[in-house]
Design a protein around this ligand. Structure first.
Ligand SMILES: Cc1ncc(C[n+]2csc(CCOP(=O)(O)OP(=O)(O)O)c2C)c(N)n1
Ligand code: SF4
Ligand SMILES: [Mg+2]
Length: 351
């Protein structure tokens, strides 16, 4: 993997968070992606979200597959745990790590090729199992790393840089995540950091499978007229259903909002999501209505962004499996080898 180490020095007056860390403590190596690539903006949003939440970097595990998008964990959270896996296999590696140590914050970063083609099954099973993670697909509608072939999220009828028309139907990752039971589903745009940072913060605070489909234009291969993942196209067709602020502790609501346009959602960990409704009738607590709405707007050529669905009291894989409260990797021999009598008893109970 190519990377350029960043110099460690920084200005002494850089703002510090509650832990006394600056943004520099959440950065990684210097990016080697193309200048202007949407993926770099998503890395910057992840850095900002972790800085604002004052997360201890050693509490984060970032995992990825293969692709330009999957290279990005090298460019953020350089003091966190990292695992760059095989193409499309990030979800199973993440699931295994999460089962072994549920105390970490798991961040899976992937691409549309990585998650909607070779890793589609892996993506689906990690979502339906409710793995406690933030799963971000940096969606540019092409295989950027291998020079711009259509991916499974390329829209039917969209045009490649070299003029070919895509004849295959697109996979909508949001629709699939909703159908599979994800308890937090959002769509962001790399060109809208003000929307993306709170979405990532809320996803980090969410308990359960949190999925963010982030449209992230590939400036080298998919940013031309005829593409439906270009900066211009997304800006022109973006329909934002809500705007989000995340409050970790209760803060008074100071801004003025028209009645019915503000909604407060308290998540499992006590964080409060303050939702400003831009589409007044959109209800992010109604999974089926969300699926219908997204299909309708997609048919009208719109790209719906915002917090699309949340179950604030979501459960995760460990809740479903009823694992012990101690992370499994911290259990000692006494717990793991309970002795012959306990084994006999267990065997008897299964006869
Ligand atoms: C098993 C396997 N098959 C194919 C490849 C070639 N390959 C590398 S990256 C990639 C697609 C990447 O696309 P995406 O996940 O969308 O990432 P992007 O580069 O667009 O960010 C492919 C097909 C590979 N590395 N391994
Ligand atoms: S090829 Fe596309 S996805 Fe890859 S770094 Fe360049 S702009 Fe980004
Ligand atoms: Mg891609």
């Amino acid at each position: 993997m190519t990377y350029i180490v960043k110099p460690k020095f920084h200005h002494p007056d850089l703002p510090k968070n509650a832990l006394g860390y600056t943004h520099r403590d959440y950065e990684g190596s210097i990016s080697t992606l193309c200048a202007g690539c949407g993926h770099d903006s998503i890395s910057a949003a992840i850095i900002e979200a972790c800085f604002e939440l004052a997360i201890e970097p050693h509490r984060v595990a970032k995992l990825s597959g293969i692709g330009c998008s999957s290279k990005t964990p090298t460019y953020f959270l350089g003091n966190s745990h990292g695992f760059n896996s095989v193409h499309g296999r990030m979800p199973s590696v993440l699931t295994g790590a999460n089962l072994a140590n549920k105390d970490l914050i798991y961040m899976g970063v992937s691409g549309d090729g990585d998650s909607a083609s070779i890793g589609f099954g892996q993506f689906a099973h990690s979502i339906r199992r409710g793995v406690n993670m933030v799963y971000i697909v940096e969606n540019n509608g092409v295989y950027g790393l291998t020079k711009g072939q259509f991916s499974a999220t390329s829209d039917k009828g969209s045009k490649s840089k070299y003029g070919a028309i895509n004849s295959d139907s697109a996979i909508d990752m949001i629709g699939i995540a909703l159908q599979l039971g994800a308890t937090f589903v959002a769509r962001g745009f790399s060109g809208d950091k003000a929307q993306l940072v709170p979405l990532i913060k809320a996803a980090i605070n969410h308990h359960g499978a949190a999925f963010i489909d982030c449209i992230s234009p590939c400036v080298a291969f998919n940013n031309h007229a005829g593409s439906t993942k270009s900066f211009d196209y997304v800006r022109e067709h973006n329909e934002t259903v809500n705007r989000l602020d995340v409050m970790v502790e209760h803060e008074p609501i100071t801004a003025d909002y028209a009645p019915g346009t503000l909604e407060l959602v308290t998540q499992h960990d006590g964080s409060v999501l303050r939702l400003r409704k831009l589409a007044p009738h959109y209800d992010p607590s109604d999974r089926i209505a969300a699926m219908t709405y997204l299909q309708e707007r997609a048919a009208a050529g719109e790209i719906v962004t915002g917090l699309l669905y949340v179950d604030p009291q979501g459960q995760d894989l460990h809740d479903y499996l009823n694992t012990v409260s101690t992370p499994l990797n911290q259990l000692g021999t006494k717990d793991l080898v309970p002795g012959n009598a306990a084994l006999q008893k267990l065997n008897e109970s299964l006869r």
